[in-house]
Ligand binder design. Structure first.
Ligand code: AMP
Ligand code: MG
Length: 326
């Protein structure tokens, strides 16, 4: 597979369209913070819309490929959800004119929940809480063959493109192909440039990124680790796999995800890490779980063999693993 392979072209187009759809919904519906408590419908509409769009485009080009994705249309077909379905269909129609609600449901149902030898892993909206807050979220798509991630795409529609201008232009697309490096493009898929992890060798100069949501990772343990390594710079909290993107482009050095005690025994979903992990690795980074095991993308939708996540610039990986043994 190279940069011009149909898999890459199709995945980029699908991610661009889904990200335009999600942004449109966010602009139209998810304006205020109050929505977070009262009304999750914008994220529901965007979630279904993004999955329908991406599944249709991938299945259209690769009819035999499995797509492992979070949603199915069962809920959406319920009579009390007809308003939501109508709105999903309206939004899809702006991109694929003439689509019926029945077609939209059938595209969503291209998604399955069992893995195979070659399959796509899709998170139609990763970081739903960030989406509703007006913060970061991502559309994450990966192609996995025999348990190895071959291709990863992350669309981060609300992420600043230039790390030196955090209030400047928004919208990034990250792309990685196995053995081919990692790249950042703008939101329309142009202006492609290679990206690399930071070259920090002294742990005290590292910058940590972690989830915003306290239930998704153990912030206190992260803080203890920072103290142990004499890290003085504040951690950067960010929703979604955008964290892998900012690490891959050298903006932060470590992404920590020590399991939180809020949900003991929680297992990570493959679609929450497949695309991000190849983007970090191909930029020169290293990705394991918090005890140094490689990520398991072959067992099922859950990463049963893993516990938490550690991403680094590679150089600092062993030092951090050691410090995590505390
Ligand atoms: P983040 O924004 O990095 O916290 O990641 C968002 C993802 O966290 C969601 O897509 C969920 O699948 C996942 N998630 C939900 N509950 C937990 C949990 N208890 N621990 C870790 N991740 C979780
Ligand atoms: Mg997710």
């Amino acid at each position: 597979m190279d940069q011009n392979s149909p898999e890459v072209m199709t995945a980029i187009q699908a991610a661009i369209k889904a990200s335009a759809l999600c942004e449109k919904i966010r602009m139209d519906l998810a304006g205020g913070e109050s929505l977070l408590k009262s009304d999750r419908s914008p994220v529901t509409i965007a979630d279904y819309g993004s999955q329908a769009m991406i599944c249709k485009l991938i299945r259209g080009r690769f009819p035999n490929d499995t797509i492992v994705a979070e949603e199915d249309s069962k809920e959406l077909r319920r009579p009390d959800r007809s308003k939501i379905l109508e709105r999903v269909t309206d939004y899809i129609n702006a991109f694929i004119p003439g689509s019926s609600s029945e077609e939209v449901c059938s595209w969503i149902d291209f998604g399955s929940n069992s893995v195979s030898g070659r399959f796509w892993a899709l998170d139609p909206i990763d970081g739903t809480k960030g989406f509703l807050r007006g913060d970061q979220y991502a559309i994450a798509l990966a192609l996995i063959e025999k348990g190895r991630v071959k291709l990863g795409i992350l669309a981060c529609p609300n992420l600043y493109a230039d790390i030196h201008r955090p209030f400047g232009e928004k919208g990034c697309l990250f792309l990685a192909l196995e053995g081919n490096g990692s790249f950042q493009m703008d939101r329309w898929g142009v202006n492609k440039r290679p990206i690399f992890v930071s070259k920090v060798t002294n742990p005290s100069e590292a910058v940590i990124t972690e989830s915003v949501e306290p239930d998704h990772a153990d912030h206190l343990t992260h803080q203890r680790l920072a103290q142990k390594l004499n890290i003085s710079k504040p951690s950067l909290r960010m929703d979604s796999q955008a964290k892998y993107g900012i690490l891959a482009r050298g903006e932060v050095t470590l992404y920590l995800r020590v399991p939180s005690s809020a949900e003991p025994g929680y297992k990570e979903n493959i679609w929450d890490h497949a695309a991000g992990s190849i983007i970090a690795e191909e930029a020169g980074g290293r990705v394991t779980d918090v005890i140094g095991r490689p990520l398991d993308f072959s067992s099922g939708i859950k990463m049963e063999k893993n516990q938490g996540i550690l991403v680094s610039n590679g150089i600092l990986h062993e030092v951090v693993l050691k410090a995590l043994e505390m």
